[in-house]
Design a protein around this ligand. Structure first.
Ligand code: AMP
Ligand code: MG
Length: 317
């Protein structure tokens, strides 16, 4: 099931099968972007609602026009600065892109992943890949081949192993309206980095119940264990003294608390490292059979903003 055999991956994808595949953000469930058969399998296996569109992964900027058209100047600037990388652009779709990919929208989400195995695979194919994150709908995203195998052992034939994802959270999604840049999903590329290239952006990702940007569901990325996010760690720990509690922490171990039930995401206070470790820690905490996971709120800058967004979604039920 888990394998590094690229030829096998190519053969399966050419037969319109779907596979788990590595990117620098999280593992994806990948299929031929031009095959409705493959696309339908992805929705089915993921149990993803059909109104939640997929991201198209391309191998290079040269083939962008097979997928999208009318590329705004600011999209050029951003692609130039950050591709390959964890930035997804919402662009006007080409008519050849199936409505199944875009959930009937006239825009398509596109990026070039920055992962050597993903790029090598894409270069061996004559089509782009659609690939949503390889987790069942609402569950924690996978950052290792093993996570994907555990989720889908009976549904897919192969997970192409590319090691642990370096970024560890999903791509940042931006779109364009008039001359404005709009952030639809916070992700592995920080707002500060984007604003350096195109100036101030508008964020509409937060806390929308029935969002225009599909997929921005409030409940998302959830562990099975009850989960709370707090600014005041100590008082929550005291309040839940009688429960079996796990902790998700930024940089410091909690003294007088069982060591094996706490996960520090970055001892050196590096928010990129913390983001890379986030889902792995959630997966591990979720396996401990706890009554409750308490997460502390992260600093509100850089990828701290993305981490808080994911923790907020994990805490909704
Ligand atoms: P995932 O691949 O699971 O990280 O999810 C991809 C996300 O991309 C979806 O949940 C949507 O929020 C977003 N997306 C994809 N295509 C579009 C689009 N055309 N317009 C707006 N959002 C999109
Ligand atoms: Mg997802």
């Amino acid at each position: 099931m888990i394998s590094t055999n690229l030829d096998q991956a190519v053969a399966l994808l050419n037969k319109n099968q779907i596979i788990g595949f590595p990117t620098e953000t999280v593992y994806g469930l990948a299929g031929n972007a031009f095959s409705d058969v493959a696309i339908k399998k992805i929705y089915e296996v993921k149990k993803r609602p059909s109104f939640n569109p997929l991201i198209v992964h391309i191998k290079s900027f040269d083939v962008l026009d097979t997928v999208a058209t009318e590329i705004p100047e600011k999209a050029h600037l951003l692609a130039n600065a950050f591709w390959p990388g964890p930035l997804t652009l919402l662009l006007k779709k080409q008519p050849t892109i199936s409505n199944l990919v875009t959930a009937n929208l006239d825009t398509v989400a596109v990026r070039i992943p920055n992962h050597p195995v993903a790029l090598e695979l894409l270069h061996q194919l004559v089509f782009p890949l659609v690939a949503p994150s390889a987790n069942p709908f609402t569950r924690i995203s996978p950052t290792k081949a093993e996570h994907v195998a555990q989720y889908f052992e009976n549904e897919i034939d192969m997970v192409l192993d590319g090691g642990t994802c370096m970024a560890g959270v999903e791509s940042t999604i931006v779109g364009f309206e008039s001359n404005k840049v709009i952030v639809y999903r916070l992700g592995a590329l920080s707002l500060e980095a984007i604003e350096k290239v195109v100036g101030p952006v508008t964020i509409i990702n937060k806390n929308k119940k029935n969002p225009k940007a599909p997929g921005m569901f409030l409940k998302h990325y959830s562990p099975k264990t009850e989960f709370i996010l707090t600014r005041n760690l100590q008082s929550e720990i005291d309040w839940f003294q009688d429960k079996k509690v796990g902790l998700l922490l930024f940089n410091t171990i909690q003294p007088n608390f069982e060591l094996k039930n706490q996960f520090v995401l970055s001892k050196k206070s590096d928010l990129n490292e913390a983001a890379a470790n986030l889902y792995e820690a959630l997966h591990e905490l979720d396996k401990l059979n706890l009554d409750l996971i308490i997460a502390e709120r992260f600093p509100e800058y850089g990828l701290g903003i993305t981490i808080n967004d994911r923790l907020e979604r994990a805490s909704k039920n």
